[in-house]
Every structure is written in structure tokens, then in C-alpha cells.
Design a protein around this ligand. Sequence first.
Ligand code: HSE
Length: 427
Amino acid sequence: MKTVGVAILGLGVVGGGTYKILTEHREFYRRTQNVDISVECVLELNRQRALDLGVEESRICSNIAEVVSNPSVDIVVEVIGGVEPARTFVLAALHSGKTVVTSNKELFCKHWFELEKAAKRTNAGLYFEASCVGGVPIIRTLVDGMQANVVNNLTGIINGTTNYILTRMTKEGLDYRDALKDAQALGYAEKDPTADVEGYDATYKLSILASLAFHTKVPLDKIYREGITEISKQDIAYGEELGYVLKLLAIGKNDGQGEIEVRVHPAFIRKDHPLASVNDSFNAVFLKGDCVGDIMLYGRGAGALPTGSAIVSDVIYAATHSDSKYATFKNTQQAEKGVRFVSDFKSRYYIRFTAKDRPGVLAKVAGIFAKYNISIIDLIQKGEGMENIPIILITHETGELSVHRALEKIAALDDVVEVNSVIRVGD
Ligand code: HSE
């Protein structure tokens, strides 16, 4: 039976889960995969943490040189997160000809080109299933399962922390701050939640997924990003009255003619959309292929065992395939020539503004929208008898720039107190 040695860099939540799966399922993999995978060493500065997990003292390394010079190590699992020192460690492993399995989306989306080049040089494998959507096998689906298709749409809820926060705001009417505190207490959100709540985490994943789905590099700086920090419970409640649920969506569209649209932002989706029922910290990705039609993958996007599941699936794949596997697109640092990234994308819009309750206000607002060729689908006016009233409307599909120009004019009207919110509707 083939024997394969693994090193794990970092024994935090995901590294610990990976260690547990690999050791507890070792016999199962021997039986079902015909391969004996042993954890040869771990790189962990907190020795007690490693000992508590059951790692033998002699297998705890304190620097990367010890790991990459160990001839029993074939596969290096990087679960440190962040760019450095992970990048240096991963490059050291690849330069030594060791296959790398990583869950590091930030490292991968920013340095994919460099890592793949290093891997090709030594014919090492480079696997990253766990970098996107945790335990959900989205990379394998795109790379191995959907290769018959032209994928022209990928829409996902790919950040569990923000989905948890929005679900609590929706179901319990919590304020953003209170929902965030609960997410932090439960360990979903970090003490500094910026990466999740401002949408950075989702853009890292979208950059990787869209590159694979559309077979061209989708650099991070081409992705429009907006987080959930400005979302109010009032908008969620008004949206609900109109039949919508608010989600932080990651959207990738490819028109097949060289135009790609990639964006991460809060969006209202209709309650009967398949993504509307993806709640709490769950993730889901909705894909459209020209042959298969619609596919939706759903599951846990984070956590020790779900993310460990994705890592170990890569370890087993690498252990049982002798040919190294690289991404299936021409990996370049920038998008290929001829690809155009759309910035004035089209959407429907939910708009809330506060106006003085006087005759003629709506006519003036409607006049401005008409001037910019924006047509209104739905309108509700609240707070009868109050001096200043909230007005909520939904537009037909229109361009981003037109909406912003129209809203500047609306905000300047004497009768309009404030434009409170602008949220995109639909995917
Ligand atoms: N922080 C991420 C999330 C999990 O909330 O989905 C790891 O990517």
C-alpha cells in the first residue's frame, strides 16, 4: 500500500480539525482509498496546543526548514491564514518539491500566479479546495464536475459570518451591532470583523471561483465590494414587506463575449429564490452552466471539521494521483487581454428616502427618475401624519451610474430630507 506523509502548518481551528480527521480516519482511508496517510509533523509554536491534540513531542516542529527538509513529508497542509508567513512557507515547500494543500483564500487569490509557477517548476501539486466555501466541494465541482459547460453565472452566499448577522437581523429584528456582538461571542466573527463584514473575505473567494468558472484570471481589484455595516433593520423589514430577503451576495457573470461582471454587496432577493432560505452561518453557491442548467451547492463554509473535510479531500486526491494538477485556466497575473470588466452594471434598486409630507413631492421625484430613464416598479409610503415620512421604492433594471446621478438630484430637492439607503435587488 502506498504511504504518504503529511505536515500541517498551524494547528488552529482548521489545522486541529484536519489533524483530527487524518488521525481518526486513517484506517478508513487505508481501507477505502488504499493509501496510508500519516501526519509526520506539525509546525506549531504553541507546543502545548499540539500536545493536547495528541501530537507526539518528536513530531512538533518550530520552523519551516525542519518541515521541508523532512524526507517523510510528501504533502504540506498550510492552514495559517493571511499572506505572510504563509506565502514564504508555501513557496519553501513547493521549491522542495512537496505538494501543497491550502485553505488560504487571501494568499491564493493574491499570489496564485506565483504559487502555481513555483509548483510547476518542481512538478509539485497545488490544491486549494478549502480556500472557498469551507466544506462545500465547489472547486472540484467547477474544475472536475462542470468542465463540459460554459458557466455564465455564479451567485453565492460565501461568507458565513455576514449571513449569520443578516439572518439574526431578519428573523429577530436585531440591530447590526447587536447581531455582530452575538456573532463574535459565538466565534463566527473575529474581534476585528472587518474582513468579513466589509466583504473582503467574499471578494477573495469570488476572485478564485470566478477565475475558475470563467477560465480567465479575475483579479481582486476588478471586484466591486460593499459590506453590510450600513444595513439597517428598517430596510430589512421594509424589504420583507415587499417580498424580499437581504443577503450579502457574491455575483459573477460572464456574457461569453469578453464581458465579466464581478461584485460583492448586499442585495435583496425574492423570498422564493433558492438562496433566500440559506440562513445562519450556512453558505451556498448557485451556478448556471449552458448544458447542465442550474446547480446549487449548500453547506458549511467554515469550522474545524467542514474545512478539514475539504483539506483532507485534497490530501487524498494528491495522495492517490501521481500527476500534479493545476488550475485549468491560463494563469496570469492580470486578466487576459480582451476581457472587459463591467463597472456600470445593471440592477434593480431598492431606495429609501425621507421626505416632507407635502403635495407634489412624489411627482418631483418621479420626474427626476423619468429624466434618467429609470422606471419604478413598486412604491410604499410610510408614517402617515408625520412631518417627515419614509418613502420606499423599487426600480426596474437600470444602470448603476444613472441611479447615482438621479439620487444626487433627488437629495438636492427642498422637500427631500435625506436619501437613506440604496440597495441592489436581485442577482
Ligand atoms: N470568515 C469566513 C466566513 C470563514 O465567515 O465565512 C472562512 O472563510
